[in-house]
Each structure stands twice: as C-alpha cells, then as structure tokens.
Ligand binder design. Sequence first.
Ligand code: AMP
Ligand code: GLY
Length: 440
Amino acid sequence: MVINCIIIGHGAREHVIGEALVKGGANLYSFMSFKNAGLEDLSKKIKIHSETDFKEIIDFCNENKIDFAVIGPEAPLVVGIVNALEKGGIPCVGPKIEAAQLEGSKIFTRGLLKKYKIKSNIWSKEFNSMDGVTDFIDEKGADNLVVKPDGLTGGKGVKVYGDHLFSKRDIIDYCQELIDQKNLFILEEKCEGEEFTLQTFVDGNNVIGTPLVQDHKRAYEGDSGPNTGGMGSYSIENHLMPFITQEDVDDVLKDMKNVVAAVKTETGVEYKGFLYGQFMKTAKGNKLIEFNARMGDPEAMNVLPLLKTNFLDVCQAIINGTLDKLTIEFDKKATVCKYLAPEGYPVSPKRDELVKINMDKINKIGASLYYASIYRENRNIYTTTSRAIGVLGIADNLETAEKIAEKGVGCVEGKLFHRKDVGTRELLQKRIDHMDSLLK
Ligand code: AMP
Ligand code: GLY
C-alpha cells in the first residue's frame, strides 16, 4: 500500500525532505505558504496557504487521506502544529509545542540544562527588565558576553561581544532595545572555538545521530559580512570533522539523550522529530550553543541524500517510538552545499530578477538543485529577497564534492552570488589551525 505523506514548509530543507519521502516510495503532498517549484514537481497535489492555519492543514490532510505529516520549519512547531494535527488524527514527525520550546525559548532551554546538570551547558542569566543587567555585566566582564532574545529571531537576534557589540554601552543599549520591544532575554557566556552541527532523529526515547555538518553563517568569503540563514555547509566522508573526534560526538550525543529525557520529565511530553544540536568545541570542552526543533537549512541537504535506510521507515519509527529496531545507515561520502543568494542579500537583496538554469548540464555534472526562495512564472524563475537555490555536490571526498557543487553553481545564471570558499581545503585548514591554537 502506498503511503500518503505531507510536508509542511516551502524552503530547500522541505524540498530535500520531500525528495527523500518520494525516494522512499511515498505519494507526496505539500502545504506551503509560498510555492516551492521543486516540491510542486514532486507532489501529487500542493496547497499554498499559511503554514500556521491548522484547520486548513487538517482539512487538506483529510481530503487526501494523509498517513502522516513531516513538519519542516520552526514557526509552526513553536505554536503547536503537532498538537493540533495529532488531535485531528494525523501523526506527525516533529515535536509538540511543549518539547519545541527547546528552540522556541532560550530561557526554557538554559533553565532545563541547568536544572538537569547537562555537561555542555554554559553559564547564563535571564532578564525581564534592566534590573541587574549592569551588575551582571560588571561581574562577568563585557567581553565574555552574548545577548540572546528569548524567542525565535530567524538567526538575526543573537549578538556576540566582539562581533556585533563592542562595549558595555553597546550591550546595555541592545538589552534596552529588547526590553522596549517587550522581549525577554538572556546574557550568556561567550565561547570561543569551532562550531559543528549534530542533527538527530528522535522518537521520544532513542536519539540517533546523523553525519556532522558545518554551516557558514556569514554572507561573504573568509567568514566576513553580516550573518545570514546560512550560505553553505559541508560534511566529510567519515561523518566527522577534522577537528571533531568520535569521542566529541559521543560526548554531545549523550548530552542530547539526557536533554530528551529531561524534556519528558519536565513537560510530560516526549520529544519526537528532528533535534538539531549546535555545539562549539572549546578549550573547556564541547558547549551547547543552541537547539533547533527541526533539521537545518542547508544542513538537511548534507544528510538526507546520504541516507541509505528508507526515510519513510525512519519517519514511521520516529512516530511509533521504534528507532531502536531500525538500522540507520548513511553513505560514507562527503557533501558540499552552496547557496546562491540574490545580490545584496541579506541587507538589500535584488528581487524579481530572472534566474536561468541549465538543467542538462547540472545533471551531467552530477550536482543536485534544491529550491529555496524563488518563484516560477510562465516557466521562468525569479529571485525573491531570501536565499534562492542550494546546489549540492556529493562525492567520495570533500575536494571532489566541492568541485561538483562549484560547477553546479556555474550552471545557474542571474544576479546572484555565493561563497566560493565553502567546503574548500583552505577554509577547512583555517578552522583546523584555529582549533589547534585553542587546544594548545
Ligand atoms: P544562534 O542563533 O543561537 O545559533 O546564534 C547565532 C550565532 O551566534 C551562532 O552560530 C554562534 O556563531 C554565535 N553564538 C551564539 N551563542 C554563542 C555563545 N554562547 N558564544 C559564542 N558565540 C555564540
Ligand atoms: N542553518 C542554520 C539553521 O537552519 O538554523
């Protein structure tokens, strides 16, 4: 019997999730606030509508006899899409609102980690007014601090001393700005090291790791320029990073298991879905930077195409709590994903610009394309104000994967830019040297 799946969301992450579902043999349906051309091509039926209108989603699922839903982005998760859909009889791959707080509230997460003595936690303090802010800055030292608004900020609200804030005055001004906007915030320890991402499949109790990935948040080459949603990411054929060992992975995976158990004890709700752990390896050990209640974008593109196990089986095991009975395997290959973004992104992106794609050439090269924020009109494709297209290269080693991605990028014409350095040996060496200098 063919399984009917629905994917909620409209970006490149949802495109690759949809592709994995179809590859697994599913009939795909897509519900998205903005039409993704890739999902449109893969789906039996699509609906363009708000991703937080739960009643419409349930009606669409019932009309199409949907067996289960996969939730791509965080926005519907943190307002309870899974609670609503499950109440409507539709099983979901994604956490309920109580568990999705791991992404939705930094105060919840730091509080939980503190209470359950999770090893990778760092010191932090929450504030709901300016009371005590100055004392805390004086106690810890301005240059040791990071300011984080409590809720979702699309990756743009976190400000780090030395990157975005350069004095005690800057910190106080930013905190005041947050209070004026009626935002709660935390001040937390600034870590120094190299970041890595561990995405996991979680069924309430079992937490299964996938290949490590490193993202590139800065807009321009050499990690300069403003922060973005992520300009590209890579993974290596041994599923580690040159500066991250198997012991590091075991260490943070243990913490993620402890966090999943803590969520259940604390909220009474089991965490189910994808849990994305962003960690930093520092001279003081591995530190948790943040959790996301979903897969990453672009990081999903580094992991799902390598999955050898049927993704439908993974989703059903997440729903049924049976991940321990499934052998989950990934190809021992390297991946490089480069995002093409409209010129001017993220500050003043050029929208409605024509994009031309030479699909025959891309297929010959062996690269894959994932559509993000572009739209199709009369068979032409145009940019919007966000990241446009992810180009993925997969190969036996990083060097070849990078070349495939770069050649793939060359088949796309338009007023777009990308980071040539993502996945290159030079950038990787810089990171290895940075880590070595810290661990000396
Ligand atoms: P987030 O939105 O929490 O991922 O933060 C965005 C970026 O800010 C992260 O990818 C880090 O590069 C940086 N960041 C966040 N928290 C910290 C921290 N405690 N120490 C140093 N850098 C941080
Ligand atoms: N690429 C970072 C994220 O998805 O949050």
